[in-house]
Design a protein around this ligand. Structure first.
Ligand SMILES: [Zn+2]
Length: 265
C-alpha cells in the first residue's frame, strides 16, 4: 500500500569541505542544504530526519570544533524543525512517528522536541548503541555527534530497528551503514509519483551516485568498504524500484525537486 502524500522539509544550510562528501573531493567549501521529508500515510504522519537543532546552532564552541570557525551552519530563527513544520501548517503534535538516519548533529536536532511531544523515534539499533557507547566517549573523528540531542534527553521513545523495516504503509527504512555504523536511508512509495529513495548521508551528492563513490567520511575508517556497498545497494535498489534517488545534501538536486505546496502525490 502506498503512502498518501509527501512534503519536503528544509532545516538549514551547512558549509563543508567537499572531501566530507566525496573521497578526495578537495578542501574547498560547498554549500549544502539540510533536509528531510514528512510523509502522510494511512497510519499517520511520518517524519524522515529531524535536521539541526537550536541548541547546537547556539553552541559556537561546538560548531567551531565540528565545522571550523568560519563554517558555522545557518538556519532560520527558532527551532528549525518547528519552523519547517509550521511553514506547511503542521506542528509536532501531527507526527505519529519520526526516524533518524544517523546520529550526526545535522540529523538529530529535533529529537528533544519529539521526545517532549511524545513522538517515537525510529533508529537502527546499531546506530543508537554506537552513539551511546563509542561516540559518547568523544574520540576524534566522532566530533559530529552532538550528544545533547540524544543522550540525557528525557523520555525519548526509541523504536529500535534491526535492518530493513517498513515504518508505515509506503515508507521503509533501508540500512546503509558506513558513514556511521547504523546509518539508514528511506524509501517512500507514493500513488502518483511512484518510488523515491532518500539516501541521507550514504550519498551526500548526486556525484556519489553517478560515479559510485562512497561518502567521504566514515565514523570508523574500517567501515569504508561498507559505505561503498551501501552506495551500490542504493543504486541497484533505485533501479529495481524504478525510484528517484535523492542524495542527502545536494544543493542542485534539492532545488531541482519541485516542492509543491500541497505536497507530492
Ligand atoms: Zn548530514
Amino acid at each position: 500500500m502506498p503512502a498518501l502524500r509527501m512534503y519536503t522539509l528544509n532545516f538549514g544550510v551547512e558549509y563543508v569541505p567537499k572531501s566530507l562528501s566525496v573521497p578526495g573531493g578537495g578542501e574547498h567549501t560547498i554549500t549544502t542544504p539540510i533536509y528531510g521529508a514528512l510523509v502522510e500515510t494511512p497510519d499517520g504522519m511520518v517524519l524522515l530526519d529531524t535536521g539541526i537543532g537550536r541548541r547546537a546552532l547556539d553552541d559556537p564552541e561546538f560548531l567551531t570544533a565540528c565545522y571550523g570557525a568560519d563554517r558555522h551552519p545557518s538556519a532560520a530563527a527558532g527551532e528549525p524543525l518547528e519552523v519547517a513544520l509550521a511553514e506547511l501548517g503542521f506542528t509536532l503534535a501531527d507526527i505519529a512517528l519520526a526516524a533518524v538516519s544517523h546520529l550526526h548533529l545535522d540529523h538529530t536536532g529535533g529529537i528533544p522536541l519529539l521526545a517532549a511531544a511524545g513522538v517515537p523515534v525510529a533508529i537502527q539499533r546499531d546506530e543508537l548503541e554506537y552513539g551511546r557507547a563509542r561516540a559518547a566517549a568523544g574520540t576524534e573523528g566522532e566530533i559530529a555527534f552532538y550528544r545533547d540531542d540524544y543522550l540525557d534527553v528525557e523520555d525519548v521513545t526509541w523504536v529500535l530497528l534491526d535492518g530493513a523495516t517498513e515504518l508505515a504503509p509506503g515508507v521503509d527504512a533501508i540500512p546503509t551503514p558506513g558513514h556511521t555504523p547504523g546509518h539508514q536511508s528511506y524509501g517512500v512509495h507514493l500513488p502518483a509519483t511512484g518510488n523515491w529513495i532518500f539516501t541521507a548521508d550514504a550519498a551526500d551528492l548526486a556525484e556519489n551516485l553517478h560515479e559510485h563513490k562512497r561518502c567521504g567520511s566514515c565514523a570508523e575508517d574500517l567501515e569504508a568498504p561498507l559505505a561503498q556497498e551501501s552506495v551500490e545497494h542504493l543504486i541497484s535498489l533505485a533501479e529495481s524500484r524504478d525510484a528517484r534517488l535523492i542524495p542527502g545534501h545536494d544543493p542542485i538536486v534539492w532545488k531541482a525537486i519541485w516542492h509543491p505546496e500541497g505536497g507530492h502525490r
